[in-house]
Ligand binder design. Structure first.
Ligand code: GAR
Length: 372
């Protein structure tokens, strides 16, 4: 049994696909998922599959790789799989699994790779450049961003009406097919186990377009051959998943669907980014962050109140000081000074109000965008 660790930062649809597929067999397991964000879709997706997800702050990824390694150690990890993980992996972690760290990138590397090229940015760049083809690459991770040896790559055509969003959707479908096969291939390279060079692709249309066995001309003309396995069954066989059956997979999917709890924000984890309705006050970056599975922190209300109180208190105190000055100046007959102090009181009251409101309301988008 080979154990995988998945590192994720976002919606986690690839992580879910990998775990769901391999857990139908008995050769590969996802032992643990590490995530560098507190609020993202991968927690819910993995909960439904019974896979632990551990939060690991960015400070550990950047400067405390030992903490990551010690977290992984009890799981006896053979390979690390990055699935939408938006952080550099320190060389110490790569060494811990003898270089067996895989990443999936949504382009035909080396094109559209490197710093700043991730997720939807890749698709936007591909569309802007008028490319006719794009695709998916699975590669080994090295210190160079998107620079390691390529394990598998698969192309698709960029269609004339494609937008970044439609392209991303089709790329995702391609990823769900390619990544598990690339993992099996890399595990095969690791153990030198024989892995079929060409594993059938379980494309949804394949079932319809797969060549049907020719009907024998007469009952005695040809031996009766058993009907071919479905594309998914053939694929599972190639992946050495022994107990796979379409019917059981369908049942497992239905059971997982029943158990799935909708996210509290009303955004389905991993659902494609839904643009805010026309006229909505929601900033597109916030809508996108929510659609990626980031959620409003549970601490939101209390932190907002605290922020409002803290930030409005200082100008509030200044306003009180000035109002004391108004009365003392009036009692001394200093009308001009009292008028000036009165203007200052008004100014500081307004400042206290504005800063209080801003610190309370801006907390929501800032916390969502930073994943705090
Ligand atoms: C995937 O499309 C993956 O290729 C991309 O992030 C997405 C994560 O989706 N990764 C990169 O861009 C890495 N440079 P998911 O969270 O739904 O699996």
């Amino acid at each position: 049994m080979k154990q995988l660790a998945i590192f994720a930062s976002g919606s986690g649809s690839n992580a879910e696909n990998i775990a769901r597929l391999f857990h139908q067999g008995n050769r590969i397991r996802v032992g643990v998922v590490l995530c560098n964000r507190k609020e993202c879709g991968v927690y819910q997706r993995m909960e439904a599959l019974g896979v632990p997800v551990i939060y690991m702050p960015n400070s550990s990824w950047d400067s405390d790789p030992e903490r990551v390694i010690e977290t992984l150690r009890p799981y006896g990890i053979d390979m690390i799989v990055l699935a939408g993980f938006m952080r550099a992996v320190r060389p110490e972690i790569i060494d811990f699994v003898d270089g067996r760290v895989l990443n999936i990138h949504p382009s035909l590397l080396p094109a559209y790779g490197g710093k700043g090229m991730f997720g939807h940015h890749v698709h936007e760049a591909v569309i802007a450049a008028g490319e006719k083809r794009s695709g998916v690459t699975v590669h080994y991770v090295t210190e160079e961003i998107d620079g390691g040896d390529i394990i598998m790559q698969q192309e698709l055509e960029v269609l004339p009406g494609d937008t970044a969003a439609t392209l991303e959707e089709r790329i995702h479908a391609l990823e769900y097919d390619l990544y598990p096969r690339a993992i099996v291939k890399a595990l095969g390279e690791m153990t030198s186990a024989a892995v079929p060079p060409q594993i059938p692709v379980p494309h949804p249309q394949a079932a319809d377009s797969a060549p049907k066995p020719a009907a024998p001309a007469s009952p005695s003309a040809a031996p009766v051959t058993p009907p071919p396995a479905s594309p998914d069954e053939a694929w599972a066989k190639a992946l050495h998943i022994n107990n796979y059956s379409d019917r059981e997979a369908e049942r497992a999917r239905a059971r997982a669907e029943e158990r799935r709890v909708p996210p509290p924000t009303g955004v389905a984890a991993g659902s494609p980014a839904t643009p805010p309705p026309a006229g909505s006050l929601m900033h597109p970056a916030v809508a996108e962050a929510l659609a990626e599975g980031k959620q409003i922190p549970k601490s939101y209300m209390w932190v907002s109140i605290l922020m409002a109180v803290i930030f409005s208190t200082i100008p509030g105190i200044v306003a009180i000081v000035y109002s004391a000055s108004v009365s003392s100046r009036l009692s001394c007959g200093d009308l001009a000074g009292a008028e000036k102090a009165s203007r200052m009181v008004q100014g500081w009251i307004i400042a206290s109000f504005v800063i209080g409101v801003l610190s309370a309301t801006l907390w929501v988008p800032i916390s969502i965008l930073t994943g705090f």
